[in-house]
Design a protein around this ligand. Structure first.
Ligand code: HEC
Length: 152
């Protein structure tokens, strides 16, 4: 067997072994009382659903590659971390103070780090336009604007 075939064989074997590692297998969408879901103007909710819900809700659409290691490891981490940081499905459980803090976080992140770039790379339609960013920011700041930053 040539060196090339051997290398390909080893890579394939490692890939197969990866699939048996019991990590990132928990692709669940916990059942949630619909009454707890965020209430916001429908155009805002539509944008959050389009660009944020896969990581920040209990209504994640798990793509087929989220079942294949090693992608599954990082995707399940993103959803776990995302839900812990902010969950639109259980929004009504947050206190008033928590909601205000999260809205500031949304205002801040929506023009840059969120949605995560690797996610946008795989979900082109999740990219927020300047107008989308403004719509979300107007809602998050109750039309006031927290910080003076230029919208992307
Ligand atoms: C691919 C998964 C993913 C998507 C899509 C995503 N997020 Fe996140 N988000 C995360 C993860 C993971 C964290 C927690 C870790 C961190 O802070 O980086 C997080 C944290 C946050 C936080 C709290 C952290 C902070 O700095 O305040 C906010 C607010 C947030 N996201 C807003 C959004 C909004 C708004 C959208 C949609 C426009 C969005 N995210 C889309 C994965 C995602």
């Amino acid at each position: 067997m040539g060196v090339f075939a051997r290398v390909v064989g080893i890579i394939a074997l490692v890939f197969v072994v990866f699939q048996f590692i019991p990590y990132g297998k928990d692709k669940t969408n916990p059942k949630t009382d619909p009454k707890l879901e965020i209430k916001a103007p429908s155009k805002v909710v539509a944008l959050l659903k389009k660009s944020c819900y896969d990581c920040h809700s209990n209504q994640t659409k798990w793509p087929w590659w989220s079942y294949v290691a090693p992608a599954s490891w990082s995707i399940s981490d993103d959803v776990k971390g995302g839900r812990e940081a902010l969950n639109f499905s259980t929004w009504q459980k947050y206190t008033k103070k928590e909601k205000e803090k999260l809205k500031k976080g949304i205002y801040r992140t929506v023009a840059g780090p969120m949605p995560l770039p690797q996610y946008v790379w795989l979900h082109k339609d999740a990219k927020l336009s300047k107008n989308d960013v403004k719509t979300i920011r107007d809602w998050a700041s109750n039309g006031k604007g927290f910080i003076k930053t230029t919208v992307r």
